[in-house]
Design a protein around this ligand. Structure first.
Ligand code: SF4
Ligand code: FES
Length: 391
């Protein structure tokens, strides 16, 4: 007869939940869900060793356990602290925790360029969400922010080290998903940076997943960069028969075009099943995929803007007041709109579309403003920062 496992009772923000021994406070909070769950920028459930780097998940342990109910002397990282039976934790209910989170966000933003208007991650950036929900309005930092040149890491990925928050997720992902990790964090302290060993390109079969696990816009998909804002695209769940991975993906469509392919993420923003480079970068036609249906997008996300699933439309009164007549159309917006022009294939263009692309030259592409190389263009140092304090 199998022995019944003893569960630990843990109370987080006055809500008690039973979890298995070895569960972290963060995972216990996720079991409860809602506001109680601390934010996490470096922890990633499926990446072994992740967590403990960013300190955004700080909570207060008001009572260590039933056996030893003393509080813990300092705030602890909930992603790295295991629960004990009878533990009492304060997350949203303790002002000191909220204050510490604000300080952590301020710290993470010290070197971050705040270039959301031109960043491909805008709209699905964990740091953007974190600073809205837990950050301060201003910064007290008066020094120059550190900036880096951009690096193309192989044919598919671009690194914007200026935006990196050194969470280590991409390093763990490369270590655990690919045969050979070729990048890591070099140097120490405020000199630390993500770098490849002698600029080796990252071309391993599963390396594209570093883009999905990166919580900010430091690692971006070169096949999607500047093609569209994420909230203008429609996410669809789709799959294909892939010999390398599960083939279960999310397609980001604009009209009939597949602009981007990513792995599917769960409610915590973590990848459900990692996908291979072929699915991610080379299958950019709707006909390559079996479409399952629209992705359920959290209303909280900006990506849900313009997606009106399940919404009840208000009744139309215009025909009623016009005695049954329909209003006369001045013009049909779809005839004039540049979206869905059959001759313009945004997903096939090697760069961003320009005015020319839509006016007779469907293959012409512009230059990404942040791809300006050193000494050319408005940003002399070649950095991508739009912060006036940076060179
Ligand atoms: S590049 Fe992204 S995933 Fe990698 S350490 Fe920096 S922020 Fe984290
Ligand atoms: S998520 Fe816990 S320290 Fe980063």
């Amino acid at each position: 007869m199998s022995e019944e496992k003893k569960l630990f009772k843990v109370t987080i923000d006055n809500i008690t939940v039973e979890v298995e021994p070895g569960t972290t406070i963060l995972q216990a909070a996720r079991k409860i869900g809602g506001e109680v769950v601390p934010p996490a920028m470096c922890y990633y459930t499926s990446l072994k060793g992740s967590g403990g780097k960013c300190r955004t998940c700080l909570v207060r342990v008001a009572a260590g356990s039933t056996a030893d109910p003393r509080p813990m002397p300092k705030l602890v990282a909930s992603c790295r602290t295991n629960v004990m039976d009878g533990m009492v934790v304060e997350s949203m209910t303790n002002p000191a925790v909220l204050d510490a989170r604000k300080a952590v966000v301020e710290f993470l933003l010290i070197n971050h360029p705040l270039d959301c208007p031109v960043c491909d991650q805008a709209g699905e950036c964990d740091l953007q969400d974190l600073s809205y929900e837990h950050g301060r309005e201003g910064t007290r930092y008066e020094f120059k922010r550190r900036t880096f040149e951009r690096h193309d890491l192989g044919p598919y990925i671009q690194l914007h080290m200026t935006r990196c928050i050194l969470c280590f997720r991409c390093v763990f992902a490369a270590d655990q998903l690919t045969n050979k990790r070729q990048h890591g964090i070099l140097d120490r302290g405020d000199h630390s940076e993500i770098a490849t060993y002698i600029e080796k390109s990252l071309d391993n079969d599963f390396i594209g997943n570093v883009i999905d696990v990166c919580p900010v816009g430091a690692l971006t998909d070169r096949t999607f960069r500047f093609k569209n804002r994420v909230w203008f695209t429609k996410p669809l769940d789709a799959h294909r028969d892939c010999p390398k991975c599960s083939g279960k993906v999310r397609l980001w469509m604009r009209g009939d075009e597949v602009l981007r392919v990513t792995a599917r993420k769960d409610q915590w923003g973590e990848v459900e099943e990692y996908i291979c480079n072929e699915c991610r970068f080379e299958k950019k036609k709707a006909s390559d995929w079996i479409i399952e249906g629209p992705t359920k997008v959290n209303r909280h996300s900006v990506i849900s803007a313009g997606h009106y699933e399940g919404v009840v439309k208000p009744p139309e009164f215009l025909p009623e007041v016009m005695g049954g007549r329909k209003p006369k159309l001045v013009f049909d917006i779809h005839e004039l709109s540049d979206v869905n022009r059959p001759e313009v294939d945004l997903s096939q263009l090697p760069g961003p579309a320009t005015n020319k692309t839509f006016n007779g030259d469907p293959h012409s592409v512009g230059q990404n403003v942040t791809d300006v190389k050193i000494g050319i263009g408005p940003n002399e140092k070649g950095t991508d920062s739009t912060n006036p304090n940076t060179p």
